[in-house]
Design a protein around this ligand. Structure first.
Ligand SMILES: O=C(O)CCC(=O)C(=O)O
Ligand SMILES: [Fe+2]
Length: 321
């Protein structure tokens, strides 16, 4: 069956039958596993679970730091409802965006040695540029593309299986010699509670990071990334996955999610810090679009899950804090 092309958001995906038994599983390793081993599993399967990635103390610090955001953002006011930044997020799900600006602990976790090594090995650009008699070594460090808490509320339908790197229109040629060189981003989803198949564990299709663009994933190929609070699912942006259905009344499935991307995907000039506000105020919608203040139909360049041009004044007020 070929996927239907729809310009509107279709009805929720059909639920996974409770009797469905995954054929495979996601490898789980302790946080002490070597980076080489973790890289080996990521290269083979596209994803891995790191058990107890974050200590209980760190978890409670995060909870404290983002408490006010959790309390002030009930699902009814979820901006993904009014805006359309994340139209693939069900309305029962709350997103807390800009997490590193809200939780110092999350910010510290970004510098965790494992994440540092993975960014170095998977996403850091190292190449040479030839300028006549001068061979210049280049390094481009990765960026944090997105940090948000994904709180799947009771009744949220499952997401459709997707590849996160579709956000940047990454092509997936049939790999002859697959390597991390063609990976554009990876995610680290830290479980903020015990995550089970029933409360919305991420669905994941092992090996799908190597599929070409002619193959899409189907629901009978998934595994569930079930894990204890503090554990983390790390997966490559080319692997098919999706948030699960939460069928547990009164429960919220929380995942602190970090997405890292190659540093080449940015403008040469930092337009946001270069052009004065007074000039921006007089600029045309086209100029605002060129400078990155307008979200395209993909979720890119967001602030608070919204297109920046819609929330300029409140954004500037906050930036001055
Ligand atoms: O919440 C999850 O488990 C995954 C969410 C996800 O894949 C997405 O929003 O792109
Ligand atoms: Fe995703």
């Amino acid at each position: 069956m070929s996927p239907t092309e729809w310009s509107h958001v279709p009805a929720p995906a059909s639920p996974i039958d409770p009797s469905y038994k995954p054929k495979g599983s996601i490898v789980t390793v302790p946080a002490t596993a070597s980076v080489d081993y973790i890289l080996g599993v990521l290269a083979r399967d596209g994803g891995i679970i790191i058990k107890d990635f974050i200590s209980k103390e760190k978890m409670s610090r995060i909870e404290k730091e983002i408490k006010e955001w959790n309390e002030n953002q009930p699902p009814e006011t979820n901006s993904s409802r009014s805006g359309d930044a994340f139209h693939i997020i069900p309305s029962q799900t709350t997103l807390i965006p800009g997490l590193v600006g809200k939780s110092d602990m999350i910010s510290e976790i970004c510098e965790d040695p494992l994440l540092e090594s993975l960014r170095e090995n998977i996403l850091t650009e190292k190449y040479t540029v030839y300028r006549e008699d001068w061979v210049e070594p280049i390094r481009i460090e990765p960026l944090l593309s997105l940090s948000l808490s994904m709180n799947i509320g009771y009744g949220a339908p499952r997401q459709r299986l997707h590849r996160d790197d579709n956000t940047h229109r990454i092509r997936h040629p049939k790999p002859k010699n697959w390597s991390f060189e063609i990976v554009s981003q990876f995610a680290c989803l830290i479980a903020g509670c015990d995550v089970t198949r029933e409360n919305g564990a991420t669905m994941f299709v092992p090996g799908s990071h190597k599929w070409d663009d002619h193959r899409t994933a189907t629901a009978d190929e998934i595994c569930f990334a079930e894990m204890s609070a503090g554990s983390a699912l790390i997966f490559l942006g080319s692997a098919f996955h999706g948030g699960g259905h939460n069928s547990v009344p009164d429960s919220i499935r929380t995942m602190y999610s970090l997405f890292f991307v190659r540093g080449v995907y940015r403008t040469e000039e930092n337009q946001f810090l270069t052009v004065p506000r007074s000039k921006l105020k007089k600029m045309s919608p086209k100029m605002l679009e060129l400078l990155g203040y307008k979200k395209p139909s993909m979720a890119l360049g967001l602030v608070d899950n919204r297109s920046p041009h819609e929330v300029m004044d409140e954004t500037w007020r906050r930036l001055m804090q």
